[in-house]
Design a protein around this ligand. Structure first.
Ligand code: HDE
Length: 693
């Protein structure tokens, strides 16, 4: 586990200090409460009145300042990715990559670059639930010593559309419908599928969003992708094309759909809480930054265009080169100041990294700067602490809303002769665009090389295992089943026919349609079969680890405390945490008369919230649980959500919940000696996909 106190890691602020304008002010018990002007407040309970029962006076500047500030506490939420959670950490390359790029954060294996990473959902508002079916944003701000670099990606390597001009339409279709104001944070409605069904280019992304990638177990267990093709440029000006990937060290893991729905009801902050708690516990999430590096010749040889964000390059064609690792080891001190005010922008690049002509990326280069002006209120958002570079920065920009820097001197222009020490351009070290030759007619046009919309959708579907394919089918049946307009369902079916026959037939069957009901759609370009890419299967890449996972043990009065301790230490040996669930929050009395405190009351902690579960009960206790509907539901859900289940004396409850007593991820725990076996089964199985579900 990484040490946050190592040199280069961002050290946590002392708990008794506040960061204010970059200065630390120590506080102690005698620190007075003041107004924003520094006037000490004598009474923070009562406003100034004319007589005890008289009117409040307008002159009460303390009241007015406080209420006015409160009235303005919100800023516009992000139009997309409004709901997100973030943490601080660092990035360190494995070696020097200076032959590839002059980006300074990739040059020195001994250098740690501070980062701030925000992972988000796309469609819902800032207060929406954490577990809808949705893409996750994956935005990393590197505070490099050559300026800030933002890698603003998603947890899926492709996107819905090919040209930025369609983005407002896409987002309007997925957000709540404008007349009725619902549904919040859901793709399962008419306007979204209407738009999808009219956008053949979205079909590859449709396959991804209907897969388990969009219902992650934890923000710590998602991969990230830069999506677009970028350029890495070295000091000699030589460039390579590159696609960035973040690989979660503990692997990707997803919930089942039913589980995601139940989590949404039980804990709408599930992902935010999980990330926060993991970092507080010292289970620092970690990702490996990798890159697919290739040149123009290879790009030209591919049967799709690397400038088309609806296409990926299979890893079997261009393998990943691991560049370095990122560890998130510090929670924000203040959600608003940091997570909410963080301004990411794909246009924040550093020397050594450059853009390509991907028309989606080009549109983003406008949008993010524009959005920050509105959201953060003006052109000085880079002066807000979370956005400020950590390297020196000097220029001749001046003034504007909320300017914080006090620039000195009379010279705010260049060239000048009056300020010889003022900032000057540096041709030797400054950012230089890669001199890609460009020429062409000025036209509103889409390249012919972008015209194949089905081959990669087919590639993705066929590269999934049977269980994963079934999940995609189930998700499509569910989502299209929520669409009221029949014509949208049949139009979508018309697209699925071009992707895969089994898929189209199964979805038609699930919707109660016949294959013949599918709209006749003529592809702009006939799809072709590509070699399957096993790397696209999530299940193929699940990691057998319990690091940072949570195991719940449901206990009753009279249980053996030694067994509970054995389970706790077996879990700890695997890096997992054990949490006790009991009928009452006060806990239970064990066989030796001691107390086992509970972390959760049963009614507040459905098994959906945990990675694996065990029931440790006496015979009487198990019979009592079997009479409690929440306990029966707890175990039924654990079974249906494919969790490994440990059974210590709980036969009566298992029988009532319809859980088999042994096998398929159900482990008998006869005594303390079996604790390890249960925990290692949970580690090795992760999710028991063999079970019917
Ligand atoms: Fe974004 N996107 N986007 N997007 N996006 C925003 O910027 C936009 C796209 C992504 O944690 C906004 O600061 C356009 C692709 C993330 O703060 C906005 C287009 C990818 C985040 C915006 C795209 C993303 C955003 C809203 C089509 C994956 C959250 C608030 C051309 C590579 C960053 C903000 C955070 C946020 C525009 C497409 C990822 C409106 C116009 C493709 C992770 O500027």
């Amino acid at each position: 586990m990484s040490d946050p106190k190592q040199p280069g890691a961002s050290a946590p602020l002392p708990k008794t200090s506040v960061a204010d304008g970059g200065e630390l002010h120590q506080r102690d018990a005698a620190t007075p409460l003041t107004t924003n002007q520094g006037v000490v407040i004598a009474d923070n309970q009562n406003s100034v009145k004319s007589g005890a029962r008289g009117p409040t006076l307008l002159e009460d500047f303390i009241l007015r300042e406080k209420i006015t500030h409160f009235d303005h506490e919100r800023i516009p939420e992000r139009i997309v990715h409004a709901r997100g959670s973030a943490a601080h950490g660092w990035f360190q390359p494995y070696q020097s990559w200076s032959d590839l790029t002059c980006a300074s954060f990739l040059a020195d294996p001994n250098k740690k670059t501070p980062v701030f990473t925000r992972i988000s959902t796309v469609a819902g508002g800032a207060g929406s639930v954490d577990t809808p079916r949705d893409v996750r944003g994956f935005a990393v701000k590197f505070y490099t010593d050559a300026g800030n670099f933002d890698l603003v990606g998603n947890n899926i390597p492709v996107f819905f559309i090919q040209d930025a001009i369609k983005f407002p339409d896409l987002i309007h279709s997925v957000k709540m419908e404008p007349d009725r104001g619902f549904p919040q944070s859901a793709t399962a409605h008419d306007t979204f599928w209407d738009f999808m069904s009219l956008m053949p280019e979205a079909m590859h992304m449709v396959m991804w969003i209907m897969s388990d990638r969009t219902i992650p177990r934890s923000l710590r267990m998602v991969d990230g992708f830069g999506i677009h093709t970028f350029r890495l440029v070295n000091a000699d000006g030589r460039a390579k094309l590159v696609k960035f990937h973040w690989r979660a060290k503990d692997g990707c893991l997803s919930t089942t759909w039913d589980e995601a729905v139940k989590i949404a009801g039980a804990d709408q902050d599930y992902h935010r809480r999980d990330l926060w708690n993991a970092i507080e516990r010292g289970d620092y999430p970690e990702w490996e930054l990798s890159a697919q590096i290739f040149d123009d010749d290879l790009a030209d040889s591919l049967p799709y265009d690397v400038l088309d964000a609806t296409k990926l390059i299979p890893e079997e064609v261009v393998p990943l080169t691991p560049l370095g690792r990122m560890v998130l080891d510090r929670n924000p001190d203040n959600f608003f100041a940091e997570t909410e005010q963080a301004a990411f922008h794909p246009g924040h690049v550093v020397p050594g990294i450059d853009f390509t002509n991907d028309p989606l990326l080009q549109g983003r280069l406008h949008s993010y700067l524009d959005t920050q002006l509105k959201r953060l209120g003006g052109p000085n958002f880079h002066e807000i602490e979370i956005n400020r570079p950590k390297c020196p920065w000097h220029n001749l920009q001046r003034d504007g809303h909320m300017r914080m820097r006090v620039a000195r001197g009379r010279v705010a222009y260049e060239p000048n002769s009056l300020d010889p020490d003022g900032p000057r351009e540096r041709p030797d070290a400054g950012f230089r665009s890669f001199p890609a030759p460009e020429a062409g007619e000025k036209r509103r046009v889409r390249a012919d090389t972008f015209a194949d919309h089905y081959s990669q959708a087919r590639l993705f579907f066929r590269s999934q295992n049977e269980v994963e394919q079934q999940h995609i089918i189930d998700a499509l049946v569910f989502e299209l089943g929520m669409v009221d307009t029949v014509a949208i369902r049949t139009r979508m079916l018309g697209h699925l026919v071009h992707i895969d026959d089994t898929l189209a037939d199964a979805v038609a069957e699930g919707l109660g349609l016949a294959r013949a009901d599918a709209d006749a759609i003529t592809p702009a370009k006939a799809p072709f079969d590509m070699d399957e890419s096993p790397a696209l299967s999530l299940h193929g890449r699940v990691r057998k680890t319990l690091r940072g996972r949570v195991i719940a043990v449901l206990v009753t009065d009279g249980v053996d405390p030694g067994l509970v301790d054995a389970l706790r230490s077996a879990a700890a040996d695997e890096g997992a945490t054990l949490e006790i669930v009991a009928e009452k929050r006060g806990g239970v009395t064990d066989a030796s008369g001691g107390r086992i405190p509970a972390d959760h009351a049963l009614a507040a902690a459905p098994s959906a919230l945990f990675d694996a579960v065990a029931v440790v009960a006496t015979k009487d206790g198990a019979e009592a649980l079997a009479d409690m509907p929440p306990a029966v539901q707890w175990l039924m859900d654990a079974l249906n959500h494919l969790k490994v289940i440990g059974n210590a004396g709980a036969d009566a409850l298992l029988a009532k919940a319809g859980v088999p007593r042994q096998g398929d991820g159900v482990v008998t725990i006869g005594g303390a000696g079996d604790a390890k076996g249960f925990v290692t089964t949970a580690r090795d199985e992760q999710r028991v996909f063999r079970r019917p579900h």
